[in-house]
Design a protein. Structure first.
Length: 102
């Protein structure tokens, strides 16, 4: 049963994505909407990242996780290697939790 659900979701996701490619030439969006779509996508991604970084089970995540995310953001902004960003952010979160911060 689980495999059928996964397969159905995979097919649905693929169909949704390929529809955009197939309809690209047929669908003409007004210039105003074409201008607004890239910032809207960035805002949506930012909101999703902020929600994941700041909340856990519908409540605030505490201090450790947002602090780790902040360290990761700062390292990424300084153009550190991706591995260093992930490892340092995780280590910061782990250290703060080890010290007793939620």
């Amino acid at each position: 049963m689980l495999i059928a659900v996964i397969a159905a979701l995979a097919v649905g996701t693929y169909a949704f994505r390929v529809t955009g490619v197939l309809l690209q030439d047929r669908l003409q969006l007004p210039p105003r909407i074409r201008h607004v779509l890239p910032p809207a996508a960035a805002a949506l991604l930012g909101a999703l990242a902020a929600t994941a970084a700041l909340t856990e089970n519908g409540a605030l995540a505490g201090v450790a996780r947002p602090a780790g995310v902040l360290v990761g953001v700062l390292l990424a902004w300084r153009k550190a290697p991706f591995t260093a960003v992930v490892v340092t952010a995780a280590a910061t979160t782990a250290l703060l939790r080890f010290l007793g911060l939620p």
